[in-house]
Design a protein around this ligand. Structure first.
Ligand SMILES: Cc1ncc(COP(=O)(O)O)c(C=O)c1O
Length: 445
């Protein structure tokens, strides 16, 4: 049992009369939600239970255990997902008004945080090289060249793994960042499990300065459970202060307890069970390939994730998704052309069997190719912050040409922001947006 769970259990044993939040007093359970024990465990900062943003008791012990597990300088719990960690990470590494090199395959939480903090991203495209047209890894050479050309860049920010499973060469990127004296910040929201693979691909093991893990995405943790990992000592002393700047003062105890409860499994059999997941998903990947599906060819990929298109078999994404669902399999994503499936050691044998049956019974029709992306980034005419906080209104695309975007447009795939706030909508961008089925966009007044 983890430290926080022990402390909470002690509190529950006391059968205390709760004259504190939450209002359900541990006695919820209104139809149709029973949720069993959950109400009792939904406690707050009572005596002995610690407080997330002033942690010095059992929460701190849990964080220290995670820090040891991931080999970090420090690791801080978030009950507000990676979104909170990304806000804190950017606030730690940069001062308002500063510039950073940011890879365009970026989640909206990062763009929002950059706007809040008045940061100025210089965008770089990830590789779009293979025939799937999906956002791939970041080229270390391009990062090096960008840093060499612009001494005003104070940090490098990227997403790895991407939503489609491409993993960047973090070791090479961190060496480059170190040589320029700038921190490497990694959105590792989809990669908490990478530390448990035989070859440790976690950013903290490969030299990143800061990274976020959405524990809830790939580990057995409740939605919202995440971790800010600090690899560089220089950021350790102010990390909690920055988390507190953006986080709720009422972080969910069930979420934090689930992070604590996962510890035993992560320290024990998780890696061994993970080897089985790797084996099963590699088998699924081979099966999909043998059936003729289109699969990305990332130089380095997340083995627990299967991204596939059945376009060579004549199936678009919704038809592939429907076929998977007919076999009892619900994917993480069904897009126009692709499905993304995520596995973990909590998948049971039956899950893999269903997926195997689905993949070996794909219907066939006339092949087509998914569209690939050719993208020239639009020009930034206002800062992210100015554009996000300025009044804006939606207009049909034809009327948007020559105007400045007030909102981000980031279809997935390709997993790349086609427009971010403050950029001018040029005719090429308008045509590209149309090709993704986007017909309205927010523009500044
Ligand atoms: C790449 C990426 N980064 C960050 C986030 C935000 O993570 P969270 O939902 O844990 O706040 C997501 C969520 O989907 C994501 O896909």
């Amino acid at each position: 049992m983890g430290p926080l769970t022990r402390a909470a259990e002690e509190y529950l044993k006391g059968e205390t009369s709760r004259f504190h939040t939450p209002g359900h007093k541990g006695r919820g359970g209104f139809a149709p939600f029973d949720w069993g024990e959950l109400w009792r465990w939904d406690v707050t900062e009572c005596a002995g239970l610690d407080s997330l943003f002033e942690a010095n008791g059992p929460i701190r012990e849990t964080e220290r255990a995670y820090s040891r597990l991931y080999g970090t300088e420090d690791s801080l719990i978030s009950a507000g997902g990676s979104t909170l960690c990304i806000q804190a990470m950017l606030a730690l590494a940069l001062n308002p008004g500063e510039s950073l090199l940011a890879v365009r395959g970026v989640h909206r939480s990062a763009v929002n945080a950059m706007a809040l903090l008045d940061l100025h991203p210089q965008w770089m495209l990830p590789s779009l090289g293979d025939k799937t047209g999906l956002a791939g890894a970041v080229s270390p050479g391009e990062v090096e060249a960008a840093l060499a050309c612009n001494p005003r860049l104070k940090a490098v920010y990227l997403t790895s793994p991407t939503y489609f499973g491409a993993v960047s060469d973090i070791a090479a990127l961190s060496r480059i960042c170190q040589s320029f004296g700038v921190p490497l910040l990694v959105d590792n929201a989809h990669g908490a499990h990478l530390a448990f693979l035989p070859r440790n691909l976690h950013p903290m093991a490969l030299g990143a300065d800061l990274c976020c893990d959405s524990l809830h995405k790939t580990l057995p943790v409740l939605t919202g459970g995440a971790m800010l990992h600090v690899g560089n000592k220089a950021y350790a002393s102010r990390a909690r202060e920055k988390m507190a700047l953006f986080g709720s003062t009422s972080p969910s105890y069930p979420v934090m307890l689930s992070i604590d409860a996962a510890l035993g499994y992560l320290e024990g059999g998780f890696g061994k069970d993970g080897a089985n997941v790797t084996e099963q998903m590699e088998r699924m990947d081979s099966l999909a390939g043998e059936q003729g599906c289109l699969l990305p060819e990332f130089p380095l990929g997340d083995p627990w994730r299967l991204t596939l298109s059945a376009s060579p078999l004549g199936l678009d994404g919704p038809r592939l998704g429907a076929h998977l669902r007919e076999h009892g399999v619900e994917p993480e994503l069904v897009s126009e052309e692709f499905c993304v499936l995520m596995a973990s050691p909590c998948n049971i044998q039956r899950d893999f069997l269903r997926l195997e049956r689905a993949l070996t019974s794909l219907p066939r029709g006339a092949a087509h190719s998914p569209k690939t992306l050719s993208l020239t980034l639009p020009q930034q005419k206002a800062s992210l912050r100015e554009a996000v906080f300025a009044p804006s209104h939606p207009v049909p695309l034809e009327q948007a040409v020559g105007k400045i975007a007030g909102a981000m447009v980031s279809p997935c795939p390709p997993g790349i922001a086609l427009v971010v706030p403050g950029e001018e909508i040029d005719p090429d961008t308008a045509a590209l947006l149309k090709s993704y089925g986007i017909f309205f966009i927010h523009v500044l007044h």
